[in-house]
Structures are given as structure tokens and as C-alpha cells.
Design a protein around this ligand. Structure first.
Ligand code: XIL
Length: 346
């Protein structure tokens, strides 16, 4: 609900002008969310909702200037069989974004989840597995060459302190990570390539291992340009100090940072049945705090919310009420959206 907010933001040349204190940013059609942001502001999009729900589509167009496919570019969606690619949904998303001048971030080329079922029974030699993955990466990146600005090349390949033993790790060996970046770069030398993972803000052991991995790759001349921190976070964890320390480590390596999947679920142990004013305030403060911290990064290249409205979030359902996002089920900006925009603009 937009109730209770005073309109004190306006537009000057070069962006919104925020006056006085508290400098709340009023989100309206004329004063959309992305205008407050110094970096491209994205949302993970559900292609079915985009096609069938005009209000979802309008909200996307009004408030975001970048998109990430939530699911349709994952291997399980794109590869119904070994030698077939299904492009309808991903093409739709790319066309939609281009027509509306939105930056596209591709997600994700190599992951162990949401893989097609035939993969588990694929019986190849190491070289055949390498060739399968190379073809997969280069077919997708090549199809959208020059149209998709950046990619999550490898997703979630690390657990605290070591490599995750994924299907790719088992079949190809640890060098699949290095090769994935090289193959993606060959297919589109202009694309910016990211390693993406969760809990990098909260788990120093995992972050240190990941940064060491990236330092080794860079030293070997592998084209990896940045780190994607998913940022599925909660109200108190990770702490502001933990987030600050993580960003400082990322900055010390001079890496680009994308906050790639931001959402803040509000009900981890299922205490609440409704989104009360108290939860709204807590969530607003947390979005504000996290945004202020993120904006301290030296090379922040984008912020992407992992969805648009609460009911369509992957974390929220009738049985699992979490209200993690910035817009409610009636497509109205929540107070957290105002707080987020205010922090972005300040
Ligand atoms: C999630 C999607 O949001 C869900 O719709 C799907 O069922 C499962 O995957 N980390 C990632 C994302 O990198 O791809 C995941 O997306 C959320 C966690």
C-alpha cells in the first residue's frame, strides 16, 4: 500500500531530487523504482506470468530496466533431450527485453540443479561430457551473442571451504569451471561473465574459497569478470558487519559485483499468518540497510530482485508465507519498496 507516504521526491535534470528528511521516495508510474538506482535494476522474470498477466508485465516495464530469466534458460528448460533445444520461452524473454530497452543478464549456463532428467542416465566418456557441456554453453551464448550483456556462467559450484561435488565435477573434473568460462567467452567475447553463488555475504569460509578460486582463474588468464552474490537473506542474517566485510574482500580483488537474487523472506520459522505493520517496518529497515551496504561496493554492476510480487516469489506460498519482495499481490509497492528506493537514491 502506498498510504502514509508524503510525496517529497521529484525530478530534476539527471534524476530524482530528494528533499528533506525523512527522504522517502514515492514510487509512482512517473517516479519508478529503477530511476532511483545508480545501477541497472533487474527482476527475475517468470515468462508465463509475463505472457499471461498484463499487470505483472506492466509492473515489470514500469519499475525495472534489467531482466534475468528466473527459469527458462536453465538446462532443464532448454534441453528436453540430448540433441534438442527448446527456445520459445527464452526467445520470448529476450525479445521482450530488447523491445523495451532492458538489459538482459543470462542465468545460468552450468548448474547441478534443474538439469534435464536424461542427464542422469547419459553414459558418456569424460570427453563426451566435456563436449556436451561445451555445446550446451556455446549454443546458448552463441544464439544470444551481442544481445545478452552478461551471464552467470557457473552457479553454486562451491560449498563452505571446498568444491561442490556436482554432476559436472564428477564427470569432467574440477576444470569444468575454468573451461565453462573459456567456452562462454569464445561464444561471445563481449559478454561479461560471472561466477554466482549464495551465502557469500554470510559465510566467510565459502567466500574466501570462492575468491581464491577466482584469483586462480584470473591468474590463469581465464575470462571471469565478476561475482554474483545471490543475497537470499533474512532480517538479521547476515549482519551488517558481515555484509560489509564480504564486500570489502570482493573490492580488494577489484571484481565486479552483482547482487543477483535479492529477496528478504520475513517468516523463516513460520511465526506469522499475516504481513503486519511490524513486519512491514522490519522489512523496510532491512532492505534499506542492505541497499546502503551494497552501494558501498566499488564495482557494483547491478542489483536484481528475485521476482516482483510476493505471491509469485519462489519462497512464498499459501503454506509458506514469506512476503520476500517489494510488491504485494495487488501489484502495489510495499513500504519496503519505498525504503529500498529511498536508499538507492540517497
Ligand atoms: C529458483 C526459481 O526461483 C524457482 O522458480 C525454481 O523452482 C527453483 O529455482 N538460486 C538460483 C536460482 O540460482 O536459479 C533459483 O531459482 C533460486 C536459488
Amino acid at each position: 500500500m502506498v498510504l502514509g507516504f508524503v510525496i517529497i521526491g521529484g525530478f530534476g535534470i539527471g534524476g530524482p531530487v530528494i528533499l528533506g528528511t525523512p527522504a522517502e521516495y514515492e514510487i509512482t508510474l512517473e517516479n519508478p523504482l529503477y530511476v532511483a538506482s545508480p545501477v541497472p535494476l533487474g527482476a527475475a522474470l517468470d515468462v508465463n506470468a509475463l505472457k499471461n498477466d498484463i499487470e505483472y508485465q506492466n509492473l515489470t516495464l514500469t519499475h525495472f530496466n534489467a531482466v534475468t530469466p528466473e527459469n527458462v534458460m536453465k538446462m532443464g528448460s532448454l534441453r528436453p533431450s540430448f540433441d534438442t533445444f527448446y527456445w520459445n520461452s527464452s526467445d520470448y524473454l529476450v525479445d521482450f527485453a530488447e523491445e523495451n530497452d532492458m538489459v538482459i543478464h543470462g542465468h545460468t549456463l552450468v548448474w547441478h540443479e534443474q538439469v534435464p532428467s536424461w542427464l542422469a542416465t547419459y553414459n558418456g566418456t569424460t570427453d563426451q561430457w566435456r563436449s556436451l557441456l561445451k555445446t550446451h554453453i556455446q549454443t546458448i551464448v552463441g544464439r544470444y551473442k551481442g544481445r545478452i550483456a552478461s551471464w552467470d556462467v557457473v552457479n553454486e559450484a562451491v560449498i563452505a571451504g571446498k568444491y561442490r561435488e556436482t554432476i559436472w565435477w564428477e564427470k569432467i573434473g574440477p576444470e569444468y569451471i575454468k573451461e565453462a568460462f573459456i567456452w562462454a567467452h569464445e561464444a561471445d567475447p563481449d559478454a561479461v561473465l560471472y561466477y554466482n553463488d549464495y551465502n557469500l555475504f554470510g559465510n566467510p569460509t565459502k567466500l574466501d574459497f570462492t575468491l581464491q578460486m577466482m584469483a586462480d582463474l584470473i591468474e590463469d588468464g581465464v575470462p571471469v569478470h565478476g561475482i554474483g552474490c545471490q543475497a537470499h537473506i533474512s532480517v538479521r542474517y547476515p549482519s551488517a558487519n558481515q555484509i560489509r566485510a564480504a564486500i570489502q574482500k570482493i573490492d580488494a580483488m577489484n571484481l565486479k559485483l552483482r547482487v543477483s537474487e535479492l529477496d528478504i523472506p520475513m517468516n523463516p520459522i513460520k511465526l506469522y499468518w499475516e504481513y503486519s505493520a511490524r513486519l512491514a517496518t522490519l522489512q523496510s529497515k532491512r532492505y534499506e540497510e542492505v541497499t546502503e551496504l551494497i552501494l558501498q561496493a566499488n564495482n557494483l554492476t547491478g542489483i536484481t530482485l528475485w521476482g516482483i510480487t510476493d505471491p509469485s516469489s519462489w519462497l512464498h506460498s499459501e503454506k509458506k508465507l514469506q512476503w520476500p519482495l517489494l510488491f504485494d499481490g495487488d501489484y502495489n509497492p510495499k513500504p519496503a519498496a519505498m525504503a529500498f528506493a529511498t536508499a538507492l537514491a540517497s
